[in-house]
Ligand binder design. Structure first.
Ligand code: THU
Length: 159
């Protein structure tokens, strides 16, 4: 048998603060921070905000919404993407920003989306026909990925 060892590399940018971002990314990061105010997280007390930008420039916000029946809750990213896609079905989502806060303070490390949210991002990226950038915002550092493929290697996209 012949076996080959392979490696996947992921490229991303790291910034120290939102003031280093370009104006469009800074605006989206600030919308995600604002969105944490709508979070309903009585169980985890982890308040997540997301903001998506559509190809028409519109910014839509979402936040995590928890429920006593735990699996019924939704993440901030999916709240924002599903609302955006349901309301503007003909507009691609071109960018998404995510931030988490605890006790009213933005978490130092960037909030990294769960697997289910990455899969939803992947499908809206395909539906939109253009790359969706991902901005993960923390008070200590900010990570920017230029497309969903970078946070979901070997993406499932076959149906
Ligand atoms: N959560 C998000 O909304 N987005 C993420 O990227 C990570 C996790 C939510 C789900 C749950 O309401 C809480 O954060 C704790 O996991």
């Amino acid at each position: 048998t012949v076996m080959t060892s392979k490696e996947i590399k992921i490229a991303y940018l790291e910034y120290e603060s939102i003031d280093q971002l370009d104006p469009a990314d800074k605006e989206l990061a600030e919308a995600a921070i604002k969105a944490t105010e709508g979070s309903y997280a009585p169980y985890s007390k982890f308040n997540v905000g997301a903001a998506v930008r559509l190809d028409n420039g519109l910014i839509i916000k979402g936040s995590n919404q928890e429920n006593a029946a735990y699996p019924s809750g939704t993440c901030a990213e999916r709240t924002a993407m599903f609302y955006a896609a349901a309301t503007y079905p003909d507009n691609a989502i071109t960018d998404i920003a995510v931030v988490a806060s605890q006790n009213g303070q933005i978490c130092e490390n960037p909030a990294t989306p769960c697997g289910a949210c990455r899969q939803v991002m992947a499908q809206y990226q395909t539906k939109g026909g253009r790359p969706m950038s991902i901005l993960l915002v923390g008070s200590g550092r900010i990570w920017k990925f230029s497309k969903v493929d970078d946070i979901l290697p070997l993406i499932f996209d076959s149906i």
